[in-house]
Design a protein around this ligand. Structure first.
Ligand code: GAL
Length: 663
């Protein structure tokens, strides 16, 4: 199987990191291409992604093939030592496809058509779309399979579409038949006797379209599973075509970061290289922690192997309400942060800022200010840094002893508008727990609840509403085998169909966690706190009766829950029935980690400094605005500057040091 390692550690050549971005030369006159190639070389660009949105250029009329321009770009890149990650252009079909085959256009929940004129206007269920996508993929792969510039395939772009139309209704039914077998089984799984929703004929089963009031959550859950699966089918069809032509080259498709629409575990298993697009907000004080989390998740999806940042912004994006540029140094900091967490390829959207179209105001490696602009200067600097780091870093691993469990099925099973509190947000809870570890300098990975957990000393479950039987067995076996487990509230409430377990929580889990009776859930309003003595709970609280033998580590004080456990522990299994305020959550997880034998990368780091080990190297990343001094015993050499430090390392605003031990 082809891997990123094949590109970053080519036989007989020094290891290297890939550096570059989306290159859209068709938006520019050919005279500009030579300048692009010159500036790419100046910036140390080694890799570009071509053709992401080029379908209408290659096939301007049905069946036409205009490859001449792409041949010239491929040759130019090769002549300048730039490898090409070639995209199948299937995320933006040409207007003629929608005109000739209106059924290729998706429908939204209200039945409205999503027309051409933007992008991603394709239905995963349309046979015509799939046929045309396969044909262009086939011809693209045949034409460039042996081109020396080709290094990797990039299938489609950010698969993130939904379809509630009639074509989708047909494929949804057939997906449901595969899953449930009979209509009776579907009626049982969905609990359709509630509100008289029982189906008597398969043709009555529709995607969960606009309805008068709350939808059936089990119906929505299956629709989300189905959508992820159908898009994955589209990906696989194109992947198999390109693999047939180039079995030796890796294939990827770029994920949106922590995106709810695709089951990242299932998708990553079908990729040779896992890649992600990540756009933290430069004004968000939590952005560094967020970038770290996306890195940890992507590395985990890649099974711990090196992964790829397929897109990030050199400066501002153009899709927030107000879009801020990155102050000098921040782009470099986040790029190197991804490398610290296992990325071996750092790409951007995009190489040259567009002068026309919807993303004219989105930054690029080469902005409107051109080669004299400060954004380009930073592009050059990052290229230099990556060139220095490549031989020391490429292929090395990040090791962790803590796993956070995450599963898209559980995310999809959250009860949505029918929940006791719509303030409970799966993604926010995962972020809060990861952030707590980040604050404590405890490196972590992510895992699926079915994964073998025995390699981790500590397993955390921030919020898995749905846990199927194999997942529960896995957690029990993990603790039996000596592991330490901490579960957040609403863990294991529901079975695989989203049905609440008898007693409000799986009985085996209740026994493990020391809960005799889960009496009532008490969600908290915005600004409302639950006093727990040394800390405050937010968002949620619970009326629990502990089982004999369970230890109440912290109890609620005052109000209805006075004296009830907020945190329970039974041996190595912990249950946390509220969301602790950030410092308290971080303190709790750090102390449980310590007891489980897990210590932070470094103690006593100045505010805003992150420490990560990758292979034998120590990355120090400073997210703050003022210079700091990090105490660090011993002698170290900073690979980025060549300087040797003794006893301490100085970091400027957004400064980074990549340290190896020095004699
Ligand atoms: C991504 C997309 C790119 C570009 C970028 C802008 O979602 O893949 O094509 O639109 O966002 O931030």
């Amino acid at each position: 199987m082809a891997r990123l390692d094949d590109l970053t550690r080519p036989p007989g050549r020094p290891p290297r990191l890939l550096y570059g971005g989306d290159y859209n030369p068709e938006q520019w006159p050919e005279e500009t291409w030579a300048e692009d190639a010159r500036l790419m070389r100046a910036a140390g660009v080694t890799s570009v992604t071509l053709g992401v949105f080029s379908w209408s250029r290659i096939e301007p009329t049905p069946g036409a093939r205009e490859f001449g321009w792409l041949d010239r770009v491929m040759d130019l890149m090769h002549a300048h030592g730039v490898g090409v990650v070639l995209a199948t252009p299937t995320s933006s079909p040409p207007p003629w496809l929608g005109r000739l085959h209106p059924e290729t256009l998706p429908r939204d929940e209200d039945g409205r058509t999503e027309w051409w004129g933007s992008r991603q206007h394709f239905s995963h269920s349309s046979e015509a779309y799939r046929r045309h996508a396969a044909a262009i993929t086939e011809d693209l792969a045949a034409r460039y399979a042996h081109h020396p510039a080709l290094t990797m395939w990039h299938i489609n772009n950010e698969y993130c579409t939904y379809d509630w139309g009639d074509g989708a209704a047909r494929t949804f039914r057939s997906w449901l038949k595969d899953r449930h077998g009979t209509l009776d089984a579907l009626n049982t799984a969905w609990g359709t006797d509630f509100w008289g929703q029982r189906y008597g004929d398969w043709d009555e089963v529709l995607p969960p379209r606009r309805a008068h009031y709350l939808k059936n959550p089990a119906h929505v859950l299956d629709f989300r599973r189905y959508t992820s699966d159908l898009l994955l089918e589209c990906y696989r069809a194109e992947r198999d075509i390109v693999r047939r032509h180039t079995p030796h080259l890796p294939v990827t498709t770029n994920f949106m970061p922590f995106w709810s629409g695709q089951d990242g575990w299932a998708w990553a298993a079908e990729e040779d290289v896992v890649s992600v697009d990540v756009y933290p907000d430069p004004r968000d004080p939590a952005a560094g922690a967020y970038n770290a989390m996306i890195g940890d998740l992507t590395r985990s999806e890649a099974g711990g192997r090196p992964w790829m940042v397929m897109e990030q912004a050199a400066g501002a994006v153009n899709w927030r309400t107000v879009n801020h540029p990155k102050p000098y140094g921040l782009n470099r900091l986040w790029a190197l942060q991804s490398v610290a967490r296992g990325a071996d390829a750092v790409h951007y959207f995009q190489w040259r800022q567009s002068r026309q179209g919807a993303e004219t105001f989105h930054s690029a490696m080469l902005g409107h200010a051109g080669e004299r602009g400060r954004v380009f200067r930073e592009t050059v600097r990052i290229g230099e840094d990556l060139a220095v780091l490549g031989p020391h870093v490429a292929g090395s691993r990040v090791t962790t002893e803590i796993a956070l469990l995450h599963d898209w099925n559980s995310w999809w099973a959250d009860p949505g508008d029918g929940a006791l509190s719509t303030r409970v947000d799966h993604a926010e809870l995962v972020r809060a727990w990861h952030r707590a570890l980040w604050d404590a300098h405890l490196p972590a990975s992510f895992a699926h609840p079915h994964h073998d957990l025995s390699g981790h000393r500590l397993v955390l479950v921030p919020h898995l509403h749905l846990l199927d039987d194999p997942a529960i067995e896995n957690l029990l076996a993990y603790v039996r085998g000596g592991g330490t487990l901490v579960c957040g509230f609403l863990t294991g409430i529901a079975d695989r169909d989203g049905r609440v377990r008898p007693g409000g929580m799986d009985a085996r889990l209740r026994e493990l966690l020391g809960i005799d009776l889960l009496q009532e859930w008490w969600p908290l309003d915005e600004g409302e706190h639950a006093d727990c003595g040394t800390f405050r709970g937010t968002l949620w609280s619970e009326e629990l009766t502990p089982a004999p033998g369970a230890e109440t580590v912290a109890a609620y004080r005052g109000g209805e829950l006075d004296g009830r456990p907020a945190i329970l522990r039974t041996g190595r299994a912990w249950y946390v029935s509220t969301l602790l305020e950030p410092a308290a959550l971080s303190g709790l997880l750090a102390s449980v980690a310590r007891e489980a034998g897990v210590v932070p990368v470094l103690d006593a780091l100045p505010e805003g400094v992150e420490a990560v080990r990758r292979g034998d190297l120590l990355f120090l990343l400073h997210h703050g605005g003022e210079p700091v001094t990090v105490p660090l015993p011993g002698r170290h050499r900073d690979l980025l500057t060549g300087t040797v430090t003794e006893g301490a390392v100085k970091l400027d605003r957004f400064g980074v040091a990549v340290l190896e031990e020095a004699p």
